[in-house]
Design a protein around this ligand. Structure first.
Ligand code: 13P
Length: 254
């Protein structure tokens, strides 16, 4: 089995001192784990963390958003080329918090993914339904529509993305999709990717939404769950490491 990918999304958390302790703690515990790992930090801290990660390969660095424009008069935006200068390997695009609070729509997300890909950065494309959409039976339709926009804009490059299924109702709420619920949606996404590219097998599909040390193993053991996108539990080294240990267990058991 390919190694699982565990990505921490710090969201708008951290400080110079807290980041230093967190990254140090994660690096100290990562040794020997069979897992691909990354942390997505706020932009202002990227150079701090890049400096901490420069002499190792166990932990990659990511950002949480990128502009859908290449350069120019877009006050406050950060381009993919700028991120690349800071050694960024991944960038989260289309997180539900961006869709909800910043009006991002499917096309914006698709263009952001395109900018990242053009700069050689792997976009982590987030899809997921709200509770209302789930209750109305719309989960599959919503996630397929969100992913279809990214596939349509990016063509054969779609094989270079990572997809994250994050049910909005499970983010930061302590509610988690059951392993079966998550697997069901992951399998829908896998079929959609298979239909889009012959290279779909290389695409990791992560689960996100209240993943923690307790539920990680059963979620990660599902056949189409290739890793996790972790919010709250990525802010404490021991919690994040426990999830990575579960991911490593899946990789070595297979
Ligand atoms: P939580 O793990 O805090 O639910 O957040 C998930 C998430 O939104 C990761 O991007």
């Amino acid at each position: 089995m390919k190694k699982k990918l565990i990505v921490g999304n710090w969201k708008m958390n951290g400080s110079l001192a807290a980041n230093q302790a967190l990254v140090r703690g994660v690096l100290d515990g990562l040794e020997g784990l069979q897992v691909n790992a990354a942390v997505c930090a706020p932009n202002v801290y990227l150079s701090q963390i890049q400096a901490m990660l420069h002499d190792q390969r166990a932990l990659d660095l990511g950002a949480q958003d990128v502009s859908m424009h290449e350069q120019g008069a877009y006050t406050g935006e950060i381009s993919a080329d700028m991120l690349r200068e800071f050694g960024i390997r991944y960038v989260v695009v289309g997180h539900s918090e961006r869709r909800q609070y910043h009006g991002e729509q499917d096309l914006h997300v698709a263009l952001k993914a395109q900018c990242a890909l053009q700069a050689g950065i792997t976009p982590i494309v987030c899809v997921g339904e709200t509770l209302t959409e789930r209750r109305a039976g719309g989960t599959e339709e919503v996630v397929k529509r969100q992913l279809a926009a990214v596939i349509q804009t990016n063509g054969h490059c779609i094989s270079e993305v990572v997809v994250a299924y994050e049910p909005v109702w499970a983010i930061g709420t302590g509610l988690t999709a059951t392993p079966e619920e998550a697997q069901q949606v992951h399998s829908v996404l896998r079929h959609q990717l298979n239909a889009a590219t012959a290279q779909a097998a290389r695409i990791s599909i992560l689960y996100g939404g209240s993943m923690n040390a307790t539920n990680a193993l059963t979620l990660l053991n599902q056949p189409d769950i290739d890793g996790g996108l972790i919010g709250g539990a990525a802010l404490k080294a021991s919690d994040f490491l426990a999830i990575m240990a579960a991911a490593s267990q899946c990789a070595t058991a297979s």
